[in-house]
Design a protein around this ligand. Structure first.
Ligand SMILES: [Zn+2]
Length: 71
């Protein structure tokens, strides 16, 4: 147990560049940790409607980042 991690935004020991991929993943993650349905599933696609929607946005961001990289 411990306190929740602080907001990583701002200056941290490791500055993670904010990309559409990390930002959208974080949005899903923030939802999933609070959502009774999503935090129990092993795959994001098994989560609630909102969780799947956020995951879909993240997947799209991944595709957009790797444009031209396969399917
Ligand atoms: Zn959910």
């Amino acid at each position: 147990m411990g306190r929740a991690l602080g907001e990583p935004l701002g200056d941290g020991p490791m500055s993670i560049p904010q990309t559409p991929t990390t930002r959208t993943y974080r949005e899903w993650f923030e939802h999933a940790r609070k959502c009774e349905e999503c935090k129990c599933v092993t795959k994001a696609n098994d989560g609630c409607e909102k969780g799947r929607e956020l995951w879909g946005i993240y997947r799209l961001a991944c595709v957009g980042t790797n444009a031209g990289g396969g399917k």
